[in-house]
Design a binder for this molecule. Sequence first.
Ligand SMILES: Cc1cc2nc3c(=O)[nH]c(=O)nc-3n(C[C@H](O)[C@H](O)[C@H](O)COP(=O)(O)OP(=O)(O)OC[C@H]3O[C@@H](n4cnc5c(N)ncnc54)[C@H](O)[C@@H]3O)c2cc1C
Ligand code: SF4
Length: 500
Amino acid sequence: MTLRNWEDVRGDTVLDADVVIIGTGPGGAAAGRVLAEAGARVVMLEEGPARPMFRPNLAHTQRYHMQESGTMVARGRQFVPVAAGRGVGGGSLVNSAICFRTPPSVLEGWKPVLGGDDRFAPARLAPVFDEIEALIGVGVTRDEVAGENNRILVRGAAALGLPGGLIRRNAPGCVGCGICNYGCPSGGKASVDRNLIPMAIAAGAIVQGDVKVDQIHHAGGAVAAVSGLVSHTETGELRGRLTVRAPRVVLAAGGIGTPRLLHHAGLSARLGPAVGRGLHLHPGSALLGECDHPVTMWRGATQGAWFEHPDLPGVLPHTFNAPPDTLVLLLGNVGLAAKADLQRLPNLCGCVVMISDHGEGRVGSTSDGRADISYAFDPHDVDRIKAGMVETARVLLAGGARRVTAPVHEIGWHDSPESLGKGLANKAITDFALYASHPMATCRMGADPATSVIGPTGEAHGLRGLFLADSSIFPTSLGVNPQLTTMVLATAIARELASH
Ligand SMILES: Cc1cc2nc3c(=O)[nH]c(=O)nc-3n(C[C@H](O)[C@H](O)[C@H](O)COP(=O)(O)OP(=O)(O)OC[C@H]3O[C@@H](n4cnc5c(N)ncnc54)[C@H](O)[C@@H]3O)c2cc1C
Ligand code: SF4
């Protein structure tokens, strides 16, 4: 059995491998597949459970499938909750399955940062996108599972002549139950535990869940081993320390997890000042629309439609859904007003407004190994969120909503985009309820060790044999939901690594 959990480790244990991979999200899974299929002896280590423990319940999901139990927050003038998935499959277990390709303009912008290296140019990556999309079943959301919430945005964008429509997702068997963020109960979502990881295992990889890596050992300027504590999924009871000796380490613990571990393991001084710096979050807020007809926004593909506005580059509105209890919180009323809200819940539709951010933050580590995250909003980003909300209001109103509101302090309801715009004009970022689930760019790829942690091959500037292959390596903010880009970059890096 090569998918192992805490039960398979009794006491301190040592394994030998050609490559050890830390983290089994989109990045780690993609790297593991390539390296195992190339014939390397691969061991993949994952802090969370080996097998999904899904239940449609927020507390349960946070306990088992969110890093740091869903408590991560970026501090600054406004706090931003930061979500990242946990378990074999990482963020793909709890994400909404949206799959955008990296915009060509973003990839072209990376070439100068990489010292002229063009291995990530759009034309060179196109076949890798084709390959990964085929492996994870990417296709346009089917109309029969889209649900009214998504259809409202599609109708509104079409009525206004804006680009957009139903989103491409890796959910070929989706039945539209709307609870992707608690894990897919039907198996309709093709999270990486259902494709890339089984492929790695079939090629001989060992995948070990329930092990939190806390040390990366090196000697003579090169990595030598990693080790971590294995504990019982439920009780936390310690089973022993697992050490994997390997001349190559692929670190893929995610946009927060990778710098958190490098700091905690005492490697940040060696790897340079860029470790943990330059955090981008794709922060955003949301709009709710009230319709005269039933929407039941919690039914249908979780986030199945999008649009963009030509005047707002880097602003990407896409639908979201939320269960009734979360909707009541977003509306923010108490007493009789909350009672009235309960009656309107079935008629609400929703859309998040996510931006490719210019603001930046930093990820450190506390003494007990938790993430210490700070983030400073760029004032233009606040204006772009507001402008995106106004255009989203226009689309929701054109698609069937009668009026709109937002999780913004005392914003109230508005029946026109102009009226919402006036209401937002004097609001500060501290008035907004914000959210981010795309932490990235915290251990950047680049040619200059002063501003990047790894070079274009994925190998660390400061430590031979240490490769990074996850969402932490983007040289910039991405502008689109990152899982597909993460898998493609990790595939390219692992393929080069396997060729040496
Ligand atoms: C609720 C939610 C919805 C999202 N929706 C979408 C979407 O629809 N489309 C999209 O493109 N993106 C979406 N994302 C973002 C996407 O899931 C992430 O960008 C992606 O998973 C990043 O992949 P990764 O490999 O970099 O890291 P992760 O997926 O975060 O994987 C890192 C893994 O490493 C493990 N790990 C961390 N530290 C250690 C350690 N010390 N030892 C061992 N293991 C460790 C973690 O438990 C985790 O499993 C969403 C994210 C969330 C949370
Ligand atoms: S909407 Fe439901 S069936 Fe579809 S991918 Fe999400 S959880 Fe799975």
